[in-house]
Each structure stands twice: as C-alpha cells, then as structure tokens.
Ligand binder design. Structure first.
Ligand SMILES: Nc1ncnc2c1ncn2[C@@H]1O[C@H](COP(=O)(O)OP(=O)(O)OP(=O)(O)O)[C@@H](O)[C@H]1O
Length: 263
C-alpha cells in the first residue's frame, strides 16, 4: 500500500504504444508515452478528443493491453500477468470510477460500498469504511437504495466504493460527465479530499479544465503523445494550454510553453 511519504509511482507506463486496427485503418492511439502517476497525488489526464486519454487510462489500469511498452501498478508489470492474476490485481489494487455510476440498484448504499470487498471474500475494515463514509458525507443515506439518491450522491457512493479496499490507485474516467456543475464540484472536491486527507492516489481523465484544476498535476496528451505537464493547475491555465494545442499536430506553441509551470 502506498503512503504520502512514498515518492514511488503508484502506476506508470513506459514507452507505451497502442495500435488499433491494421493497414489503412491503423490508429496509433498511444505513440510512445512514458508517464509516472505519483503515489499520494491527484493527476488529471487532458487532451483533445481522440488524443488517447481513455486508451492511456485503460492500459495503465489493466483494462486493456499495450501493443508494446510496459504498464506497472506499483512494481507489478501488467504484461507479465496471466488473465487470472490481472483480474485479481484489478480487484485488489485498483479502484474505478466511471461516468455511469454502475451501482447495483437492489443493494443499499452501505452494501454497494463494500460490494467489491464482499465479492473478494474479504472483511471490510470498519474504521476505514466509516472514515470514507464520513468524507463522502453519506452517513445518513447508508440504508437507502441508489434510486433514492441524486446523481451526485450516487457518484459519491461510487467514489467510496472505489476506495473501499484501499487500492494503490483509483482511476476515474470523466467522473463528472453526467453531473451538473454543482454536483460535479462536490465529487471533484471529494476526490481531492480523499487524496489529501486519506493519502490516496487518483488518476482522472477529463475534458473539463475546471475539473482538471482540482488535480495536483495535469498531463497533456495530443495525438497519442505526452506533450506537457502542469503542476498546480488552475482552470484558466489549463484552458489556455488546451487552446494552445494545434488541433492536428498537438504541438503546443512556444508562447504556451513559456507560460507553463506552477504559478
Ligand atoms: N477499440 C478501438 N478500435 C479502434 N480505434 C480506437 C479504439 N479505441 C480508440 N480508438 C482510437 O484511438 C484514438 C484514441 O482514442 P481515445 O478514446 O483513447 O481518445 P480520448 O482522448 O479518450 O478521446 P475522447 O476525449 O474523445 O474520449 C482515437 O483515434 C480513437 O478513434
């Protein structure tokens, strides 16, 4: 398990290439990406549509395999695992939050949160789960069913579920895509608090500069390549950087590079 004091990467990819199709229809969704997702930090992945954000997340999380290069969760290289071990690694060491909340409608909030642990035959750590429930602010909803909750509340349950087994890293793919801006802000604030107060690691794919501004760092992809990183992002700085990408080549302008870095 990772702690705040680790300088190690919770997840990383090295020379990651992902090719879909072949011949005339070949697409290089990832074209030699190397990136570390530092333990104890909240990282956002941004870039134009089709730049490879979801592909990077899926390959880093072991949901998809690379064409070449390697992906690691902690020190474990995913390409070295057979299907069964990869499934166990995803279950035990990785958490997921998707745009659709994917809660089970027949289970209560409390049961949804501990479902992955129950399915794995584990015993939930009560103290940890109680602390999580506190952070997500759902203490008075634990015995409700998902249909009795707002979208924002359902996504907060999904966030608690993702962290319930204390995974090394939680990957979030457009977690606020279905939410209005207020509910989205709550979920993003919650992800940020969980990282900072509970020493967790989050990697989030987003289109939204306001969402990316909740992260500690933003990595920018364009045309399947890592083209920039920004520490201490603000929505304005992220928006400016996105505007500076040439839509076709993904190359940031010199002006954009000059204003980069933390403010
Ligand atoms: N299963 C697939 N088969 C063929 N091509 C794919 C597949 N998945 C993704 N691609 C292609 O790979 C490239 C990268 O896609 P990806 O979904 O990773 O980008 P993205 O940055 O997440 O895009 P968006 O912001 O629109 O969700 C795109 O050109 C896409 O069309």
């Amino acid at each position: 398990m990772s702690t705040m004091t680790d300088i190690a990467a919770a997840a990383r990819v090295v020379d990651a290439v992902k090719v879909y199709g072949a011949g005339d229809t070949e697409v290089r969704a990832l074209d030699g990406v190397s990136v570390d997702f530092t333990a104890g930090r909240f990282t956002a992945i941004m870039g134009p549509s089709g730049s490879g954000k979801s592909t990077l997340m899926h390959c880093a999380a072991g949901l998809d395999t690379l064409s070449s290069g390697s992906a690691f969760i902690g020190d474990t290289e995913l390409g070295a695992l057979d299907d069964k071990r990869l499934t166990l690694l995803r279950r035990d060491r990785v958490g997921f939050v998707f745009q659709a909340y994917n809660l089970l409608p027949t289970l209560t909030v409390a049961e949804n949160i501990t479902l992955p642990i129950d399915l794995a035959g584990g015993r939930p750590d009560r103290e940890w789960i109680d602390a999580l429930v506190d952070v997500v602010g759902l203490g008075d909803r634990l015995h409700h069913r998902p249909a009795e909750l707002s979208g924002g509340q359902q996504q907060r349950v999904a966030v608690a579920r993702a962290f319930a087994g204390r995974p090394d890293v939680v990957f979030a793919d457009e977690p606020t895509g279905n939410l209005d801006s207020r509910a989205g802000e709550e979920v993003l604030g919650l992800l940020g608090r969980t990282v900072r107060q509970m020493a967790r690691t989050v990697v989030m794919v987003t289109h939204d500069p306001v969402a990316a501004a909740h992260a500690d760092e933003v990595v920018f992809l364009a045309d399947g390549r890592l083209v920039d990183r920004m520490a201490a992002p603000t929505a304005d700085k992220v928006l400016d950087r996105m505007k500076a990408f040439d839509g076709r080549t993904g190359t940031p302008s010199a002006a954009a590079r000059a204003q980069g870095g933390p403010s």
